[in-house]
Design a protein around this ligand. Structure first.
Ligand code: IPE
Ligand code: IPE
Ligand code: MG
Length: 243
């Protein structure tokens, strides 16, 4: 059953998602963690479709954090293989819906076959302008901000930037994807009340929606609930309520 996204008054331009709880979803069913990740990949597909239907322009999914390198090598390997498999399976859907694929994070740290597979789809979808899927991979917000700071310091040293030019806007311009607007809504599944090093700068004024639902169970209906909740929020940005 398709949800009536058209009935919603406000649609965020950019929604960021912390896809958490794959392991617990699998454990509850006596399955391996990788089975949970596989089912989670289906949720990405469902959310992507729903978001396109609702008119959301940018979706950012946190797929692998800089901290996730601490996981057992077999799980990391399984996740990387699943990423390649998912791109093989769903690339056509990106074309069907005019969705551009972009990646944010430490691209060079990813295994070569993963980089090559991602690059192929990024190149093949680069001309789409209506919708964008951003996958955060080997992503850590503190590293991103530190890298941006270093880039500016190098410019100052080279004399191409003045210290007085360092401000919110120029720092933003040195982040991984400077042209992408800040997310207005951040969704985290599986009930954890933390950011886990995700988009610390970009989420400064985002609305948070935390649900106990595990990521593999987060599909169109759940996405609709999140947008409904967003519609009920009063965004004051530090001002006074003028209702
Ligand atoms: C999220 O699910 C996916 C990744 C972090 C790659 P988890 O693997 O963190 O699942 P839980 O939190 O252990 O249930
Ligand atoms: C956050 O989930 C990272 C991703 C969803 C990729 P984690 O499961 O790694 O985060 P923690 O360990 O609960 O902070
Ligand atoms: Mg987790």
């Amino acid at each position: 059953m398709s949800k009536n996204f058209q009935g919603l008054e406000k649609i965020p331009r950019h929604v960021a998602l912390i896809m958490d709880g794959n392991g617990r979803w699998a454990q509850k069913r006596g399955l391996s963690r990788i089975e949970g990740h596989k089912e989670g990949a289906q949720s990405v597909r469902a959310v992507l479709r729903a978001a396109a239907q609702a008119g959301v322009e940018f979706i950012t999914v946190y797929a692998f954090s800089t901290e996730n390198w601490k996981r057992p090598p077999a799980e990391i390997d399984g996740l990387m293989k699943l990423l390649i498999h998912s791109l093989n399976e769903y690339e056509q859907e990106l074309h069907d819906n005019g969705i551009r694929l972009r990646v944010m994070g430490q691209f060079e740290r990813l295994p070569l076959p993963v980089r090559m597979r991602l690059q192929k789809t990024m190149d093949a979808t680069a001309h789409y302008t209506g919708h964008t899927l951003i996958i955060a991979l080997s992503y850590g917000s503190r590293t991103e901000i530190a890298d941006a700071t270093r880039k500016m310091a190098e410019k100052v040293k080279a004399g191409t930037m003045k210290p007085s030019q360092i401000n919110e806007q120029t720092l933003t311009e040195h982040l991984y994807l400077p042209d992408v607007p800040d997310p207005e809504l951040m969704i985290r599944t599986s009930g954890e009340l933390r950011l886990s090093n995700f988009l610390l700068w970009q989420l400064s004024y985002a609305e948070f929606y935390i649900t106990d639902v595990y990521w593999p169970d987060f599909r169109e209906e759940e996405f609709f609930h999140a947008l409904e909740a967003f519609n009920g929020r009063d965004r004051r940005y530090g001002g006074v309520d003028n209702k």
